[in-house]
Design a protein around this ligand. Structure first.
Ligand SMILES: NC(=O)c1ccc[n+]([C@@H]2O[C@H](COP(=O)([O-])OP(=O)(O)OC[C@H]3O[C@@H](n4cnc5c(N)ncnc54)[C@H](OP(=O)(O)O)[C@@H]3O)[C@@H](O)[C@H]2O)c1
Length: 302
């Protein structure tokens, strides 16, 4: 592993693994009381952290629209708990995110969880780089459409971002990279940084939105993209339930949003561990302009 990556993973290992979760006393503090009467929408809910969020919310009494692309996994999820309403969508497509926004009613909690670290370059049917389309553009299309339709008026939005954002500033030039420029880790970091900026933007629009980091969690996403993490850190990785903890806590406690902060283990933490991310080449207006243009491009292509 290159030395930059070693420094990154070494620096955050005690905090982002199970060690940090236990050291902060979280196993002894339940994240939520009853969620009865609430309606949640969780994206990427058929596996990993999204599945844990959906199951936890449903077990606490919420009705959960659980969105995934694999019908077999959705059927298994629907059988796993009362209150789960499966919805099949390919969330890498803008059109399917817009269709989802139209189909659902008012939401109390929106968890923008779906995300991929794609080590190999690929594009979606709509022509966007896959990780950008799945982890950022789709979130934007879905959430803006829901807000515009008045379906999030009393809602909390939780963006599942990542400590990976510490590696990139907000920079629209790093979004939707082409094949020649593609680096999966950089694309992931840039998408995650942009998710934080969107959380601040949505907090401005509806009053309640957060970006949270789940820690390093044992999921299929990690096994696929970072197999060495499984090998070297396996027993130290958090469980999906532990990764879901702060999302559930935020949605049920709704602390005052904190601009340019990442929620992690139930506290608002710095969004900048390295100096190079502080003076960002792009601002929120640049980001919104790019995302709006790409949503329009996807609509034009239909
Ligand atoms: N795991 C970690 O350590 C970690 C750390 C920091 C941040 N995160 C973030 O947490 C979120 C969840 O990560 P995870 O590790 O739980 O991922 P995961 O194990 O890969 O699960 C992702 C879920 O999203 C679904 N999905 C992927 N692409 C989709 C699409 N186009 N349409 C509909 N559903 C789709 C997957 O379904 P399929 O089975 O059909 O692919 C799966 O159910 C991501 O945003 C990730 O960046 C994770």
């Amino acid at each position: 592993m290159p030395s930059k990556a070693l420094t990154f993973y070494g620096r955050f290992l005690p905090s982002f693994t199970r060690i940090g979760y236990v050291a902060r006393g979280l196993p002894l503090r339940p994240p939520a009381g009853s969620l009865a009467g609430q309606r949640w929408l969780v994206t990427g809910a058929t596996g990993g952290i999204g599945r844990a969020v959906a199951m936890r919310a449903a077990r606490h009494g919420a009705r959960v629209m659980a969105v995934g692309r694999d019908p077999a996994k959705l059927a298994v999820l629907a059988r796993a708990s009362e209150g789960i309403e499966p919805a099949q969508r390919d969330l890498s497509r803008v059109s399917e995110n817009l269709g989802l926004a139209e189909e659902c009613g008012s939401i109390d909690v929106l968890v923008n969880n779906v995300g991929v670290l794609a080590t190999a370059y690929g594009t979606t049917a709509e022509g966007f780089e896959t990780s950008y389309a799945t982890s950022l553009l789709g979130h934007f299309a879905l959430t803006e459409a829901l807000i515009d339709a008045g379906k999030l008026d009393r809602a909390a939005i939780v963006n599942v971002t990542s400590g990976g954002l510490y590696n990139a500033p907000l920079d629209t030039a790093l979004l939707n990279l082409d094949r020649g420029a593609y680096n999966g880790f950089l694309a992931y970091a840039a998408n995650k940084r942009a998710q934080l900026a969107l959380a601040d933007h949505w907090a401005g629009r509806i009053g309640c939105a957060y970006a949270m980091h789940p820690g390093w969690v044992a999921t299929a996403g990690v096994s696929d993209a970072l197999p060495w993490m499984d090998r070297w850190l396996g027993p130290l990785l958090r469980s999906p339930d532990q990764g879901a903890d702060t999302a559930i806590w935020l949605a049920s406690k709704r602390p005052a949003p904190r601009p340019d902060r990442v929620w992690f283990d139930r506290a608002a933490r710095t969004a900048h561990h390295y100096a190079h991310t502080k003076n960002a080449p792009s601002g929120i207006d640049d980001l919104l302009a790019k995302l709006q243009a790409d949503v329009a491009r996807a609509k034009d292509g239909q």
